[in-house]
Design a protein around this ligand. Structure first.
Ligand code: HEM
Length: 398
């Protein structure tokens, strides 16, 4: 009897302490400026709008509330940082690199790959994959980038005469094919291409489901989300996403198995001059050494495929928009390209990438550099929000 009483007493103290802690955090958070929030539902209703309006709404908040903005929905709290000094403080310290919140919504798809993992898992994977990020790796991908750009331009030519064309899907499928052929060493056979369109549709669905979860407070909770229409759609989409990446991994494994001692025989295909392996080969190599599991490989392939093709597609779409919007920019860009590249037959985008790669320092201050740099500023946000879960206190400037 006395032990039951002790358990009840201890549980009550723990609950009270937890309650006190929550209240304390809540009290402190409510001191931060932000749009009016209501008990429990917080700012949920602020998020109840189409994504394009939400995007504009979030970008206007700092004009009303300054550099530090608090928002919450039920027990999900967020503080938006807008001051460069505060952002620098977070990004430059290893103390603040925990991924929670929205990143958890990506886990059914990306598992615990580099983008969504934390702590020792992130460190181990990052160390393992660092050679795949080396700048020199890009050079051997140039041929593929040029070929795919030629194909992209043919698709664009077919659109000539149409009153309107959404260029983004065309660019997306190009950057996805480039990512597959380069970092994954995929052959882009008809079989792979046939599942690729399903993969692209599935990405749209998962992207939409993540946005919907942010905008509708009840979908933040797993059981409600799983029962919802978008939750069921996401489940089906995940199967298409993983089918595609599994095909890519299996195809590459088969290829590597089919060539004996592939390092000696096919050095050009799988590694660059310094012996750096392409990303997927690096992972397969590490699986043999017991440093990563089959599941782990899929997590990283899913992560790289998404992180690699989506960002570059957004960057190129913005770049084309900047060039297309201004006839003077077009003329100056064309002129600059004739000066900086010797590849006369090269297509515009490939030439831009090549020029950036080869002449990064000589381009400093040039018009082309300015166009490229301006396209990568917050005016054209490629990654709109970076989320960090604070596990330690952070002192902000204002
Ligand atoms: C214009 C092009 C790109 C932009 C603007 C961009 C931007 C970013 C940003 C902002 C992050 C941090 C995301 C976060 O923590 O929430 C990130 C992470 C990452 N990106 Fe990119 N990226 C680009 C291209 C690529 C490419 C081409 C690849 C691979 C082929 C790639 C692979 C990754 C990976 C694996 C991570 C996670 C890294 C980690 O947490 O250690 N990215 N990228």
């Amino acid at each position: 009897m006395s032990s039951v009483l002790t358990i009840i007493l201890l549980s009550t103290i723990v609950l009270l302490l937890l309650y006190y802690r929550c209240m304390k955090n809540e009290r402190l958070l409510l001191k931060i400026p932000g749009p009016r929030s209501f008990p429990l539902i917080g700012n949920s209703f602020h998020f109840w709008m189409p994504p394009n309006k939400l995007f504009l709404f979030l970008r206007t908040l700092h004009k009303l509330y300054g550099g530090l903005i608090r928002m919450h929905a039920v027990n999900f709290w967020s503080v938006g940082l807008y001051n460069p000094e505060d952002i620098e403080k977070v990004l430059s310290s290893v103390r603040y690199n925990d991924k929670q919140g929205v990143y958890k919504f990506l886990q059914p798809w990306l598992g615990e790959g580099l983008l969504t993992s934390n702590g020792s898992k992130w460190h181990q994977r990052r160390k393992l994959l660092t050679p795949a990020f080396h700048f020199n790796v890009l050079k051997k991908y140039f041929q593929t980038i040029t070929e795919q750009t030629e194909m992209f331009l043919k698709k664009v030519e077919m659109e000539v005469g149409n009153t309107q064309t959404d260029i983004h899907p065309l660019i997306s499928s190009t950057t996805l094919q480039i990512t597959c052929e380069t970092t994954m060493g995929t052959s882009m056979s008809e079989e792979i291409k046939s599942v690729m369109s399903k993969y692209m549709n599935a990405i749209e669905i998962v992207g939409e489901s993540v946005i919907k979860r942010i905008c509708r407070a009840w979908l933040l909770y797993e059981p409600f989300f799983n029962l919802s229409k978008i939750g069921r759609e996401q489940k089906a989409a995940l199967s298409d996403l993983h089918t595609f990446t599994n095909k890519i991994i299996n195809e590459r494994k088969q290829f590597l198995m089919n060539i004996k001692s592939y390092r000696q025989e096919n050095d050009e295909i799988i590694s660059n001059k310094k012996g750096r392996l392409a990303m997927l080969d690096l992972l397969i190599e590490n699986e043999k050494l017991g440093h990563i599991t089959v599941e782990g490989i899929r997590e990283e392939v899913d992560t790289f495929m998404f992180a690699g093709h989506d960002t570059t597609a957004a960057a190129l779409t913005f770049l084309l928009m900047v060039i297309a919007n201004d006839i003077e920019v077009q003329a100056a860009t064309r002129y600059q390209l004739t000066l900086t590249t010797t590849y006369s037959s090269m297509t515009c985008i490939a030439a831009l990438i090549y020029t950036l790669n080869q002449n990064a320092s000589s381009l400093r201050g040039s018009f082309l550099r300015i166009v490229l740099r301006d396209t990568a500023t917050p005016i054209y946000p490629l990654a709109q929000v970076l989320g960090i879960a604070l596990v330690k206190n952070l002192r902000c400037w204002k």
